[in-house]
Write a protein that binds this ligand. Structure first.
Ligand code: PHE
Length: 361
């Protein structure tokens, strides 16, 4: 038992261990319960005192040398791992920052912004009203009295009757009650548009229970159909961003306008047969809105003298306007909240519509 412990093969193995796992295996083989160095220590018990005096310090020195070598090697391996990680994870601060995730503007909101921009240029303010309305504003003041058959034109969502309440509450079926709210709250002259949500119990590919309309209202002295026609033409040309658009006004009936007109916009077909809004000689017509001269009874219901104040109004489906301009074909997709649809049809958040920059930019 006189071999030189300082050149033990265990120390060589420690020096060669190239991973923390390999080093741990060497440690178990040397210092573990069944380890080689442990076994040497156990031989001390069977030795004579003289022998032990010589071998004891040697074996313990070996154990210390192995323990120290393992600790050193472990520190070196850990340092190497850290160095490698630091080298691979180095940040290059000169690289451009990754783009922050950005939402997009829903086509309905985009069209509302476009309408506000177009009508602001014509001197109109944006007015709002509640989506939960009473039947006086939604129907009665608009010359649709109780039991009038015209109420059946709207499939209305009613709230349960509150005991003692003066009016039935409902989800507004159109934006026309904003006409009433504006006329009863601000003196004429009035020039407003009122974009917003409307509700009818209706659901198929072209009708959703919630949809969007924009109301237009002008009340002033000496207003006539010519003003209405010019305004609608100016609006439609600005909105579809072309001048060769032909409008057609068809006589119609709304209880709150007299006379009333439905307005169609002319379309032409491209080579593939697709309908394109506009063209001096239309191939066909698409209805886009209802309009007319505000009924004298409506003006009177709002406390104004119809002999002094006249005006026109129109109401237009915003979802349909968006579909016609931006080419979506299923209305229901507007309200699915599908991110792929929104990324495809949505608009850049900071791209604000302006008349000079193009409302549909
Ligand atoms: N409120 C009508 C509708 O929802 C549209 C309209 C508004 C018609 C204003 C004439 C004047 O169908």
């Amino acid at each position: 038992m006189t071999e030189d412990r300082s050149s033990s093969p265990v120390l060589d193995e420690i020096a060669r261990a190239d991973s923390l796992a390999a080093l741990e295996a060497v440690r178990v083989r040397a210092l573990g319960k069944q380890g080689e160095v442990t076994a040497l220590l156990k031989t001390l018990g069977a030795m004579s005192p003289d022998e032990r005096q010589v071998e004891g310090p040697r074996i313990r020195a070996l154990r210390e040398a192995v323990t120290a070598a393992i600790a050193d090697r472990k520190a070196a391996l850990e340092q190497a791992a850290l160095d490698a990680r630091l080298a691979s994870e180095r940040l290059d601060l000169t690289l451009p920052a990754p783009a922050a995730p950005q939402g997009s503007v829903h086509p309905v909101a985009q069209v509302m912004d476009e309408l506000a921009e177009i009508f602001a240029d014509l001197g109109y303010a944006v007015a709002t009203g509640p989506e939960i309305e009473d039947d006086w504003h939604n129907f009665t003041a608009l010359n649709i009295p109780e039991s009038h058959p015209a109420r059946a034109m709207h499939d209305t969502f009613y709230f349960p009757d509150a005991p003692g309440a003066e009016h039935r509450m409902l989800l507004r079926t159109h934006t026309s009650p904003v006409q009433i709210r504006t006329m009863t709250s601000s003196p004429p002259p009035i020039r407003i548009i009122a974009p917003g949500r409307t509700y009818r119990s209706d659901s198929d590919a072209t009708h959703t229970p919630m949809f969007h309309q924009v109301e237009g209202l002008v009340i002033d002295r000496g207003i006539h159909m010519g003003h209405l026609k010019w305004t609608l033409e100016t609006f439609v040309k600005a909105y579809f961003e072309r001048d060769d658009i032909v409008l057609r006004m068809r006589p119609s009936y709304f209880p709150f306008t007299e006379p009333s007109a439905e307005v169609d916009v002319g379309f032409t077909r491209d080579k593939t047969g697709r309908r394109i809004i506009g063209g001096a000689e239309p191939d066909g017509w698409m209805e886009i809105l209802g309009s007319g001269m505000v009924h004298p009874k409506v003006i009177a219901a709002c406390g104004l003298d119809p002999a002094e104040w006249q005006g026109f109004a129109f109401g237009c489906g915003i979802d349909r306007l968006a579909m016609l301009k931006y080419g979506m074909d299923d209305l229901r997709a507007f309200f699915d909240g599908d991110l792929r649809w929104l990324r495809h049809y949505g608009f850049a958040a900071l791209d604000v519509p302006t008349l000079s920059g193009g409302v549909g930019a």
